[in-house]
Design a protein around this ligand. Sequence first.
Ligand code: ZN
Length: 382
Amino acid sequence: MSAATRDAAGLRELLDELARVESGASRVVSAYLTTRWADEQQRERTRVFIKQALTAARADAIDGDLLDDLEWVEVEGERLVAQSELPAAAGVALFACRPLGLRVRRPFRIPCDERFVVGDRPALAELARLATEAAPLLVVFVDGEHARLISVGVAGDQDEIDLRHDVIGRHRQGGWALLAQSRYHRHIEATRARHFDAVADAVASTCEARGIDHLVLAGEDRAVALFRKHLPPPAAARVVGTVPGTRYETASNLVARALDLVAEAVKGEHAVVVTAVLVDAAKGGRAVAGMESVLDAVGRGAVHRVFVARGLDAPGRRCVQCGAVQPGADARCRRCGGATRAISLADEVVARVIADGGAVAVVASPALSEVGGLAAQLRYPL
Ligand SMILES: [Zn+2]
């Protein structure tokens, strides 16, 4: 698949696909770059970061395929730093492995935590963070007669459609009779309900079609509260919250407010869940905390959702013979005595949990860091 085709593919699908890449003989290059800079100095820092990483990787490279991959990353990196490609992106992830036919370039609307890894599978912890924090979003402005649906993609791309319902009977206002007035209002209310139903239907199908998890409603409180009642339950469950907004406001204003709201909501949800998981783990419930316990649960395929501290940089080893993953730098497997290879524990855990059908949350949480940077909700008690 070409880089361009991959750009359009869903992020979750990409994460699933990369998590299923079996660790093998081929080396996979993963690079996360920040591509929005406040000044030239910052841009230069990214340029130097790429250059140094490539020099180090080339020094260790023993096969032509890897050199080819590094060459591709270098060319992509130069274009990104020069902003001749993807100038609107704040961050870009690159994955390359020629033997697997892998050449992926994904832009993001938020900066990446810069990393450059050559390993025997893709480094996915940062991609998992981006999948949550840069998830596609739908902002819905609604009033009694109009709606604006603004879709915001992973890369920050915006699309807007306007839906309007010309309320029939509006211009017949002015009757003296109470009967006429009440009939008029009843008609208007009925029409408004139909308008809200129609908008709700459009919103629900957009969420389905575009894989949108986060819905933000915008508008005047009363209209939004009325509209919300018309959303079918699956769409209602995706509502993160409401922001103020007017019909003639620019889309970028509404979107900026919505993005702030979502960022706060994700942070809040993570904080609450991490606290609950740590309490559960301490009680010996369906949760575990700490490196050894989580690695054990991952090895048994028992993880429902794993929580990884953002930026967790813990070295580990994977047994070439039995596949066991352990922390530290032992050259021999603790379980079978087989030879081991160096890995990043965070990336390994993320890839394994996703490949097993579990979920991942990469969270900036001091409480999580205190227990070694890993905790998990389990499918069943161990
Ligand atoms: Zn082993």
